[in-house]
Design a protein around this ligand. Structure first.
Ligand SMILES: NC(=O)c1ccc[n+]([C@@H]2O[C@H](COP(=O)([O-])OP(=O)(O)OC[C@H]3O[C@@H](n4cnc5c(N)ncnc54)[C@H](OP(=O)(O)O)[C@@H]3O)[C@@H](O)[C@H]2O)c1
Length: 237
């Protein structure tokens, strides 16, 4: 198994939800963290308890392309290497098939697909140099099947899964391994108002953070392309 010792992990959307739970757990395990969020003040407030000598914070907005190379460059200046990217930030405004207004679809394409793409591309040379680079794209079970009427969210997450597979091909020879992490409903702000049918449960963000930590710990010859995490019974998922 790979040790966290000396390894540098970039996490997007680290100020709340799954991103913050992941930052907390990876800090506890001993990783060095480079955290990205569009509101630097909120990020500082949410993560001020993390060890200062192992934590760097950067302003990063999925919709502002230049912030991706700036974040990767800043990480290299601070820590000298990048060993992993956890592309976590995402949004889920409703976009139904029969909506004429495409605004929500465009926003999700920008944040859920192009956001990860831009960060990964910016970090790619350093991830290749690492020799055991890792990318965890926090996609969704919505990126594996279409269950709700928010087809635009599903489409953006199917794309994030495709991005993961493209990266697996492109990075294989350099020891880069990528995983599409696909959770069901997780107990965060994103689904705070969602109606949960009787007998179903939301997954704790800490459980998803554990999944990220597990994937990061695997050696180059034990790669997980997709990790599906469900809280209820569905045939085959
Ligand atoms: N919750 C679920 O049920 C669930 C299930 C499957 C997959 N996921 C995925 O898990 C990931 C994390 O979601 P979550 O549940 O933790 O949601 P969340 O609590 O709503 O957090 C979303 C995060 O994404 C950030 N973000 C949104 N737009 C951004 C932008 N333009 N640039 C940079 N950051 C941006 C938010 O920053 P601000 O605080 O600035 O808004 C926040 O940090 C998402 O990709 C989501 O699709 C969630």
């Amino acid at each position: 198994m790979l040790s966290p010792e000396g390894r540098v992990v970039m996490i997007s959307g680290a100020n709340r939800g799954i991103g913050l739970a992941t930052a907390n757990l990876l800090a506890e395990r001993g990783y060095k963290l480079s955290l990205g969020a569009r509101d630097l003040g909120a990020l500082e407030t949410a993560t001020m308890h993390l060890p200062q000598d192992r934590t760097a914070r950067f302003e990063w907005d999925a919709t502002r392309p230049k912030t991706s190379p700036a974040w990767a460059e800043g990480t290299l200046i601070r820590f000298g290497r990048i060993d992993a990217v956890v592309a976590n930030a995402g949004i889920s405004p409703r976009a139904r098939l029969d909506d004429d207004d495409e605004t929500a679809i465009d926003e999700m394409w920008e944040v859920n697909f192009k956001g990860p793409l831009r960060v990964i591309r910016a970090a790619l040379p350093a991830l290749r140099d690492s020799g055991h680079g890792r990318v965890v794209n926090v996609a969704s079970l919505a990126g594996k099947r279409v269950l709700s009427d928010n087809f635009g969210y599903s489409a953006s997450k199917f794309a994030a899964v495709a991005l993961t597979h493209a990266l697996r091909r492109a990075g294989w020879e350099d020891g880069l391994r990528a995983t599409a992490l696909c959770p069901g409903m997780v107990d965060t702000d994103m689904v705070a108002s969602a109606q949960i049918p009787e007998g179903q449960f939301k997954i704790e963000p800490d459980a998803i953070a554990e999944s990220v930590a597990y994937v990061l710990s695997l050696p180059n010859n034990a790669t997980v392309a997709e990790l599906l995490v469900n809280s209820r019974f569905e045939p085959a998922i």
